[in-house]
Design a protein around this ligand. Structure first.
Ligand SMILES: NC(=O)c1ccc[n+]([C@@H]2O[C@H](COP(=O)([O-])OP(=O)(O)OC[C@H]3O[C@@H](n4cnc5c(N)ncnc54)[C@H](OP(=O)(O)O)[C@@H]3O)[C@@H](O)[C@H]2O)c1
Length: 311
């Protein structure tokens, strides 16, 4: 395994950091393809000297993608955006960028390409994010037929974008909005399990299983997840139902902020349940026992606890 070279696009992101750690433990040689090579210094401490190398890449630029892939044995694409900004559109990143990676991987003859999409990705979604994820999957498959597609549900763990955001909101706001009444069903999956799943996809024989939908051991409603945040942070807050149409208006207004906490497109993606389909391949098929939210959440959102109540 130590001679295996893996290029990880988006390796500096939330899931990427966990994957790099997992790969470093297995002594793989890792290239972290990123637009900010200077910021991966802390990742390099996860491996031996020279084991983890940054490589300046923008997946919208085919030449930099080829440079990052040449000589690699396997490729993982973890690049994704939650909202559009200037040239970083869903089409340019999730579809064209993904196609750039598949083209370069195919040309370089890499043995495996793992493409990270998202649960709920479908061409018919009203969410532009989810539509572009479906189109990206298709573009990748058209070029690199044996690419393995991994579709996680909402991913939780230290530095996640979901629980941290609502825990922070609960600290400053007297109420928590239940988007769409809080009825949407979600199957949060632990970031360590997602990293493990990608690791298994890289190393085991998964040729016949090309799409994995990754969810945790339990399905929750949005309301139940908000209740869990409040219980874990020992706060009492009103849970106020907010119809989808009102949440979309708030999302549209938030789009003008430098880092929007919510967009109308994210609200659209919450209009549908986010759970693995019965027929999909899952963590189980990879031999991974999924981690419950309750076991991990207190380890990182307790910093949002009510002062004096932190236990
Ligand atoms: N987190 C979740 O709950 C969740 C759920 C379902 C699916 N996913 C999918 O899983 C993947 C990883 O998610 P994540 O949470 O780890 O995301 P993240 O923390 O936002 O990381 C994404 C990375 O994409 C890179 N990136 C963006 N545009 C780029 C470009 N033009 N060229 C090169 N790199 C670019 C950024 O790296 P640099 O800034 O270093 O270049 C960033 O570190 C994404 O595809 C996401 O859609 C995530």
């Amino acid at each position: 395994m130590s001679t295996h070279t893996i290029t990880v696009f988006g390796g500096h992101g939330f899931i990427g950091r966990h994957l790099i750690q997992r790969l470093a433990q297995a002594h793989a040689r890792i290239r972290v393809a990123t637009r900010h090579p200077e910021s991966i210094r802390h990742l390099q401490t996860m491996g031996n000297v020279g084991q983890i190398a940054p490589i300046l890449t923008n997946i919208r630029d085919q030449r930099s993608v080829e440079h990052a892939i040449n000589g690699a044995d396997s490729v993982v694409n973890l690049v994704g955006i939650l909202y559009e900004k200037r040239r970083q559109t869903f089409q340019s990143v999730h579809v064209e960028g993904a196609a750039n990676i598949a083209t370069a991987a195919h040309k370089a003859g890499v043995s495996r390409l793992i493409h990270i999409s998202a649960m709920g990705a479908t061409r018919h979604s009203t969410s532009k994010y989810l539509r572009s994820k479906a189109l990206g999957e298709q573009a990748v498959k058209n070029i690199y037929q044996n690419a393995i597609v991994v579709r996680p549900s909402i991913v939780f763990g230290p530095e996640d974008n979901f629980f941290n955001r609502f825990a922070a909101l609960a600290r400053i706001s007297p109420f928590i909005p239940l988007i769409g009444g809080g009825k949407t069903r979600i199957q949060p999956v632990y970031v360590g399990d997602v990293a493990d799943a990608i690791f298994h996809c890289l190393y085991r024989d998964t040729q016949s299983e090309h799409i994995y939908e990754l969810g945790g051991p339990r399905v929750y409603t949005f309301r139940e997840l908000m209740q869990l945040v409040l219980i874990t942070t020992k706060r009492q807050r009103l849970l106020v139902p907010l119809p989808f149409w009102q949440a979309r208006i708030i999302g549209q207004l938030c789009k003008f902020l430098p880092v929007p906490p919510l967009t109308d497109d994210q609200v659209r993606s919450l209009e549908f349940d986010n759970i693995a389909s019965i027929t999909s391949h899952t963590l189980d098929d990879l031999g991974i026992l999924s981690t419950p939210v309750e076991g991990i959440l207190p380890t990182y959102i307790s910093r949002f606890c009510q002062p004096g109540n932190a236990g």
